[in-house]
Design a protein around this ligand. Sequence first.
Ligand code: FES
Length: 109
Amino acid sequence: MPKFQHHVFICMNKRADNDPRGCCTEKGSGAIRDAFKEEIEKCGLKGVIRANQAGCLDTCSLGPSVVIYPEGVWYTVKTREDVKEVTERHLIKGEIVERLLMPAPWARG
Ligand code: FES
């Protein structure tokens, strides 16, 4: 049995302010990472689900970028409410949160 049931990777890439590509950090991914860690702890899932910061996931324009493995499902997660919904529906109940899926054919894993 794997050590963790899920890994939640949150892009924490930071680019210079004048970089035209932008980055997830400027879109608030630090707060999203912290919120995932807090939700996981609050739900008693520490040691079962792990939130990891990641480098650029190459979906910069769709960020803040979050990908959940082992499913390989990609989300745009912008708010604490989004984090709660992903935690409750995807990580606990195993549902895809349609409204937060990245608009890409591979987003469902
Ligand atoms: S900067 Fe976050 S996906 Fe590229």
